[in-house]
Ligand binder design. Structure first.
Ligand code: SF4
Ligand code: SF4
Length: 107
């Protein structure tokens, strides 16, 4: 099995998960023109260390919960395997999409 990063990471990519992964299998990626991150299913050891680090709860522990995003992670991992580590955003930095959707001017 493998953990999977879902659409909540799209446009956010705090990168805090990447710092705690003991096998360095979380890669910065892009998907549909938005910054993203993916977990390499070939390397993930299912330790769960990344889950509590994600401020937007983008990481799920079972690919069967989202086969669509499991496939996207698996497909993108080889492409972004060697991408350099991005700057880490502090958890206190509010979600960008949360700002957009919660802003009354955008409703
Ligand atoms: S901590 Fe969450 S939002 Fe940040 S890169 Fe990891 S999965 Fe994406
Ligand atoms: S579950 Fe563990 S090994 Fe898998 S991506 Fe998260 S921190 Fe890395």
């Amino acid at each position: 099995m493998t953990f999977v990063i879902t659409e909540k990471c799209l446009g956010e990519r705090y990168a805090s998960c990447m710092q705690v992964c003991p096998v360095y299998c979380i890669y910065p990626a892009e998907h549909n023109g938005e910054i993203f991150a993916v977990i390499d299913p070939e390397l993930c050891i299912d330790c769960g260390a990344c889950v509590p680090e994600c401020p937007v709860e983008a990481i799920i522990d079972d690919p069967d919960l989202s086969p669509q995003w499991a496939k996207i992670n698996a497909d993108l991992a080889p492409k972004f395997k060697d991408a350099p580590m991005p700057d880490v955003r502090p958890a206190s930095d509010p979600p960008r999409k949360g700002n957009i959707y919660n802003d009354p001017r955008n409703k």
